[in-house]
Design a protein around this ligand. Structure first.
Ligand SMILES: NC(=O)c1ccc[n+]([C@@H]2O[C@H](COP(=O)([O-])OP(=O)(O)OC[C@H]3O[C@@H](n4cnc5c(N)ncnc54)[C@H](OP(=O)(O)O)[C@@H]3O)[C@@H](O)[C@H]2O)c1
Length: 231
């Protein structure tokens, strides 16, 4: 039986030429402090935040709500201070002392049978590890599990591969893109949406819902047309 899908949105910061990092493919400050406050509010409104394994390994994001006021407001509503952190992909490169595993509240990792069983066992000290497929994590099954855990709103914070995987499956409802007035260039720099890409007839169509100018950093909000509402 199909169930209502959690609301899924992507938030990303990119250079004017669509790159979400430089050719060094590691964390780089793209947006402004003002924009990071907007991102913090989006995190506070979410039940879970998801990132891909390359982002976990290279950027090691804390993925917590920075504002104490926003955390307290969540606790007052009976919610955990921070949303569930979700990682997806092969766990072999994860470190037990990573910020991803050592900050925040619940951590959940969806992986495949390709991950080293000893590594999975080691990481289980810090996170709930779920195997959901032989080579690929089944995103529909993953969203069903998150829904069972009470996730109604899921925020995706990249990278480009994960953004592609979710868009390909028609699972994204909205997209926020902060476009910074900078150019990174480089054919190997990650972009907003990477993966295999879409043929013209499968391109993802969007509707612009809003645009805000934060001192030359443009925040665009889009609805994804024809996204799936049930899984
Ligand atoms: N500017 C921003 O807002 C922002 C935000 C986040 C990250 N970034 C940048 O983005 C870059 C990383 O992006 P990325 O595209 O390389 O990596 P990514 O999207 O963070 O992670 C990709 C990894 O996730 C795995 N994965 C994705 N979907 C999967 C599925 N359904 N089943 C199993 N595994 C799955 C991939 O496995 P496979 O290899 O098997 O496909 C791959 O190992 C970094 O440079 C980071 O700094 C920027």
């Amino acid at each position: 039986m199909k169930i209502k899908k959690p609301f899924v949105f992507i938030n990303c910061a990119m250079s004017l030429d669509g790159k979400i990092s430089t050719i060094e493919r590691k964390q780089v400050k793209i947006s402004s402090d003002e924009d990071l406050k907007r991102v913090d509010r989006l995190r506070a409104e979410s039940d879970a935040i998801l990132v891909g394994m390359n982002t976990i390994v290279t950027d090691d994001p804390k993925l917590i709500i920075k504002s104490e006021r926003l955390r307290k407001e969540r606790i007052k509503k009976g919610l955990p201070g921070n949303p569930i952190k979700v990682g997806i992909g092969n766990v072999n490169g994860m470190k037990l002392n990573s910020d991803f595993l050592n900050y925040g509240d619940t951590k959940l990792i969806f992986t495949t049978e390709n991950s080293d069983p000893r590594k999975r066992e080691e990481l289980e000290k810090k996170a709930d590890i779920r195997i959901l497929g032989k080579n690929r994590v089944d995103l529909n099954k993953m969203l069903r599990i998150l829904s069972d855990l009470g996730v109604k709103k899921l925020m995706i914070e990249g990278g480009g591969t994960v953004n592609f995987e979710f868009l390909k499956e028609g699972l994204v409802d909205e997209l926020y893109v902060a476009v910074a007035p900078r150019i990174f260039g480089g054919i190997t720099a990650p972009t907003l949406v990477d993966g295999r890409g879409f043929n013209a007839d499968k391109a993802v169509d969007l509707k612009l819902l809003g645009a805000e100018n934060l001192h030359d950093l443009l925040v665009l909000k889009y609805e994804v047309k024809n996204s799936r509402k049930y899984i």
